[in-house]
Design a protein around this ligand. Structure first.
Ligand code: FES
Length: 233
């Protein structure tokens, strides 16, 4: 079996592989053929998110993907390549803080029911692998776009009954945020956790409208929207 790996230029490696994961193959290449090959991994079980990369143009987790003859392996898009398949995700991670994607107050004494916890359980499963930022066509052209996983996390906390100031979070995502998304769904298709950032962004748009915001594209056409701005929170 041949596998092609983009390391600046594309290099082809011949391997004996049968039903092996890409991570197992990368480990084999590194130990038997080329010790300089660089890639990231951790848990080897789809939990830590550190082995995200692209195969044949699509984002995958190397520890979950089973290699096929002729595969082309590349680093994630939309992040600086540190070396080979290792990218620098610091800028994207920084959007969690910029978007205030956290609970804003001490919640030690606020209890929620199991049902209330279920509301945003899926969003809490994000492993920050970066696949969604790699696939996002908006982030590709606007590096200040808050992006899929940060906005999913904002929804996770806006929808949390313990959050004391959800309006502040909504205020904070109006610029380079919810209205910049094209709703193309590319982020959803590549998320290994089955999270739909597109759906979360649509919910954030609905919350935004309920407190008086509207799509700036409509605003530029002169629509007033008719919202009274009364917060529902
Ligand atoms: Fe942790 Fe692949 S090594 S998700």
């Amino acid at each position: 079996m041949k596998i092609n790996i983009k390391r600046g230029e594309v290099l082809c490696y011949e391997i004996q592989a049968k039903n092996q994961t890409l991570l197992e193959v990368l480990n084999e290449i590194k130990t038997t053929q080329d010790s300089s090959l660089a890639y990231s991994s951790g848990c080897r079980s789809g939990v830590c998110g550190s082995c995200a990369m692209r195969v044949n143009g699509r984002e995958i987790l190397a520890c979950s993907y089973h290699v096929q003859d002729g595969d082309l392996v590349e680093p994630l898009n939309n992040a600086p390549v540190i070396r080979d398949l290792v990218v620098d995700m610091d800028k994207a991670y920084g959007f969690n803080a910029k978007a205030k994607a956290y609970l804003s107050a001490d919640i030690d004494n606020i209890l929620i029911t199991h049902e209330e916890q279920k509301i945003n359980e899926l969003q809490s499963d994000c492993i920050l692998c970066g696949s969604c930022y790699s696939a996002c066509p908006v982030y590709a052209v606007n590096s200040e776009f808050l992006g899929p996983f940060a906005l999913t996390r904002v929804w996770r906390y806006v929808s949390d009954k313990r959050e004391q100031n959800p309006k502040e979070k909504i205020d904070n995502i109006q610029t380079n945020g919810v209205w910049d998304c094209t709703l193309c769904n590319a982020c959803t298709l590549v998320c290994p956790q089955g999270i739909s950032s597109k759906a979360d962004i649509e919910k954030l748009r609905a919350r935004s409208a309920l407190v008086g915001y509207m799509d700036p594209n409509f605003a530029s056409f002169g629509f007033s929207g008719g919202f009274d701005g009364s917060p529902i929170f």
